[in-house]
Design a binder for this molecule. Sequence first.
Ligand code: PMP
Length: 339
Amino acid sequence: MTDIRDGLVGAIGETPLLRLARASAATGCEILGKAEFLNPGGSIKDRAALGIIRDAEQRGWLRPGGLIVEGTAGNTGIGLALIGRALGYRSLIVMPETQSQEKRDMLRLAGAELELTPAVPYVNPDNYVRVAQRRAAERAASEPNGAIWANQFDNLANREAHRATTGPEIWRQTGGRIDAFTCAVGTGGTLAGVGRALKERRPEVRIVLADPHGSALYSYFAEGHLRAEGNSVVEGIGQGRITRNLDHAAIDDQERIGDDEALAVLFDLAEHEGLLLGGSSGINVAAAIRVARKLGPGHTVVTVLCDHGTRYQSKLFNPAFLRQKGLPVPAWLEGEPPH
Ligand code: PMP
């Protein structure tokens, strides 16, 4: 017997499911986090990137040496660029300029051509998704091996990757003992795909949206209309429209989580459990705690630890940034960095 995976692509998925000790103790529930930060690209988006690439290959849209174009908050781009290098494709990544410097650096390291856009809404033609769509059309005409637009928001290969891998892994890892699943939405691929996989196996599993301020989804699922209020420093999540990936998703409940609550959870996980995670993981675990409190002791709530905290060292783990945003700075993060 051997246990060998095929390079970078083989390292995607089959991530561990971690018991979060303090959240579990505080609620009397099992609070479990799917450790997606352990994917080779450092985030959950490796799965969607691989699913989109494999789907485009099967349809004959992506030819050897072709260019993959995508608009992304960063993580999908990192996944596409790294997988592209492993499989013989190039990448052009369009990202809002507000995303962390660490993501820019990583995209360069991954060999992506990088274009930054102003952080403007989807209705504005300079929005990163709209720019990516245009660039893909332009480059499809000029590239010798063609170009595709990955289109993660509306490409259902994204949701399917989670229905086929993330969801079944969670089911198997919990032995089917799962009462609720909660996570935030960027494209909706994770929530809708995992939700579908779990409901197929046990319809009673509660699927709960975790939504940051500044996103219009909480009000959509709570009241039936899209309305955004406030804002958030958390990257990669929040949405102003119902993407195709999110369309018809079976969602039982929704929690709106503020940055204060999410960061308190994030810093607690870092300080007491050694888990350094990105902001969306803080939103997700905070929501899991709320769901567990509603269900009462003895239940199992699963959520997603989406990406690694090192990707946000200049922001969420930087006292100057936190102070500038009026957010609390944990004592262990204060003080001069060592030289
Ligand atoms: N967390 C992070 C850090 C992300 O980058 C993303 C994707 N943009 C998400 C969560 C949301 O995942 P999904 O696109 O599957 O909704």
